[in-house]
Design a protein around this ligand. Structure first.
Ligand SMILES: [Zn+2]
Length: 270
């Protein structure tokens, strides 16, 4: 089955990973800007990162036959540095019209601090002004419920970003409903240690339905598995779900969400 991984940090992965993903049916990836494992010191560090995300990385993905899309932002961890965050937000428009850029992301909260909220709101201002899609990171573990509520509140206090143009990612059992009821898209991250497993993701689909929801591997520099979406496909098959239903979650839904971006050009596999 063909699939799209809508949230995977391929700059942290090897070309061998692209090859393995293709063999399992991956046709496209979308890569949000994220934390590199260290705080970057200057806006120039982000400019170089955005060059990598919009220049070399799509080329490298193409060597394996994978279409690469990306999202730009300064992530919530580095948002504690407000002056730097504002410089990055001011610089993002230089890259917004590049092919493959889908919008602003992954923005959101990490420790639910006031500085994170300030910079989250300023990213939303940019997204509203430039009419970009938004991809949102929700905090991990004990901070997730409160952080998701704060994020939904900040989105709902404004009327210039339609809910269907926002994806709230890393939802779990206790937050999925909150995102779905708000009319947002949501993403489930399949992670070997924290976050969701393929079985828990399948449970959530069975309970909350397959509309406006997708699954991703988040594949990054930590313990993660870029083949987690195929694992989810297998889990759904084992439970007897139809191929059409599985395809909706792993292929049709990301396409539908991304298609709201005017620059999105997707070549469907033969
Ligand atoms: Zn991520």
């Amino acid at each position: 089955m063909y699939f799209i991984d809508p949230h995977v940090h391929m700059v942290s992965r090897t070309t061998d990973d692209y090859e393995r993903m293709v063999r399992m049916g991956c046709v496209a990836v979308s890569e949000p800007a994220f934390w590199a494992g260290f705080d970057r010191g200057t806006v120039e560090g982000f400019r170089d990162y955005f060059e990598q995300l919009t220049g070399f990385e799509p080329k490298r993905a193409g060597w394996s036959g994978v279409q690469h899309f990306t999202w730009l932002c300064i992530n919530a961890k580095e948002a504690e540095n407000i002056p730097l965050s504002r410089e990055v937000i001011a610089m993002i428009p230089e890259f917004l019209n590049r092919p493959g850029v889908l919008g602003i992301g992954e923005i959101g909260l990490n420790k639910n601090t006031p500085n994170e909220s300030t910079i989250f709101r300023e990213h939303l201002d940019l997204a509203a002004k430039t009419n970009e899609l938004v991809l949102i990171h929700t905090p991990h573990l004990q901070d997730k419920y409160k952080g998701t509520r704060m994020i939904v509140d900040m989105l709902q206090e404004r009327n210039d970003i339609p809910a269907e143009r926002v994806c709230i990612d890393h939802v779990e059992e206790h937050t999925v409903q909150y995102a779905k009821e708000g009319g947002f898209w949501c993403g489930m991250t399949l992670y070997p240690t924290t976050k969701c497993t393929p079985a828990r993701a399948a449970d959530i689909i069975e309970r909350y339905g397959d509309d406006r929801i997708m699954v991703n591997s988040a594949g990054d520099w930590g313990p993660s598995n870029p083949l987690a979406v195929p694992d989810f496909i297998q889990e759904m098959r084992k439970r007897g779900h139809s191929e059409a239903k599985i395809k909706k979650v792993v292929y049709d839904n990301p396409l539908e969400f991304f298609s709201q971006c005017e620059r999105f050009e997707f070549q469907a596999p033969e």
